[in-house]
Design a protein around this ligand. Structure first.
Ligand SMILES: [Zn+2]
Length: 361
């Protein structure tokens, strides 16, 4: 139990209600409960036009929540300037799964691009991804992942490879592009296990061993939007997050070279700066409103609130991956009532920063 002591409890009560601008009676409709409101999971997207005209690349990260190499590499790219071409980045497409640090809190999002019920909790987000592709009409889509294992030593493993749906699809020579990227990247990789081969799932072939890939983002891009798309996979089993991000940047660099998209700072500089990008924020806090009173929370704390109160998280401060979740309820819920107590957690992506609690008295 992390409840505060009796004296603190009384102080907290006094602070909460004596200086509250909202009378408790105003909440008679929800009497018996405390309402908790958390910020919506936003769809992060960045459109970075270039100084000179050129090809347009869309980079998608975080479709799977427990793949930080993918979403951190995408986030790093969202901070660059574009010298030639255009860059569109959606670094954290599956925020709820990133904060839960699981592959798919609502099931596998990369199996939701063929058909999806409107009732699915991921429906809106999948639609937003589809609309982003339709609206921006990129020349190339790169979907970033940290897969399991190492494909060069285990052909059934998805980690550490470039996935293509076919060698050639319509006019897109996917195999040739992926092989060029793989060859150039592998020149810099000594360990055989860490080398990045091309993995062809032959998704369009009737005899494909991977019919499930017809539900994926890359298959959707090719078949419905007529855009070449690739999956860039590093391995979950690499010894550090830094290495996962580095391998993503190495692959991205080669794709960018082929498409003639130039960024500033360039990839060589980004690769040297990875550690700095991965350093947690110096200070994390939550700004909340309790019955009309604004409070700033920067460490573990318990709030004792009377029935009929509300506790609304207004904003979170830290990094772009910082948000509050409540593991005591369905993580898709961002507004709910509690009868007894609830623990809220401030997270920076997969990292837990601190807990704070709301107790109904
Ligand atoms: Zn993945």
């Amino acid at each position: 139990m992390e409840d505060i002591g009796r004296r603190e409890f009384i102080t907290s009560l006094a602070k909460t209600f004596l200086f509250s601008t909202f009378p408790v009676n105003a909440f008679c409709k929800t009497l018996g409960n405390v309402k908790i409101e958390l910020p919506a999971y936003s769809f992060q997207k960045y459109v970075i036009p270039g100084k000179r005209k050129g090809k347009k690349i869309l980079v998608i990260g975080g479709i799977h929540g427990n793949e930080p190499g993918a979403y951190k590499a995408a986030e790093i790219l969202s901070r660059v300037k574009v010298e030639r071409g255009e860059l569109i980045i959606a670094p954290r497409t599956n925020v709820v799964s990133i904060l839960a640090d699981v592959r798919g809190y609502n099931g596998d999002m990369n199996r939701k691009f063929q058909y999806l019920s409107r009732k699915d909790p991921d429906y809106e987000r999948v639609q937003e991804i589809k609309e982003l592709i339709a609206e921006t009409k990129p020349d190339l889509v790169l979907s970033l992942h940290d897969g399991f294992g190492f494909h060069s030593v285990n052909k059934r493993a998805w980690g550490q490879c470039i996935v293509i749906d076919e060698e050639v699809y319509k006019t897109f020579n996917l195999g040739k592009i992926a092989k060029t990227v793989a060859e150039n990247v592998n020149r810099h990789i000594r360990r055989r296990k860490w080398k990045i081969p091309v993995y062809n799932t032959h998704t369009f072939s009737p005899s494909t061993k991977h019919p499930e890939q017809k539900k994926s983002l890359t298959y959707y891009c090719l078949s419905k939007q007529n855009v070449p798309a690739f999956c860039l996979e590093t391995s979950k089993q690499l010894p550090s997050l830094r290495l996962k991000v580095l391998f993503h940047l190495m692959m991205l660099k080669e794709f960018f070279k082929i498409y003639g998209v130039e960024i500033s700072p360039d990839f060589d500089v980004l690769e040297k700066e990875v550690d700095r990008f991965l350093t947690p924020a110096k200070f994390y806090s939550v700004k909340a409103e309790i019955n009309g009173r604004i409070v700033e929370i920067s460490s573990k704390k318990t709030f004792h609130l009377h029935r009929g109160s509300y506790f609304k998280v207004l904003s979170c401060h830290g990094t772009e991956g910082t948000n509050v979740i409540c593991k005591d309820v369905n993580l898709n819920w961002r507004s709910f009532h509690i009868k007894r107590r609830v623990a809220l957690t401030l997270k920076d992506d997969f990292r837990k920063i601190f807990d704070f609690r709301v107790v109904v008295v």
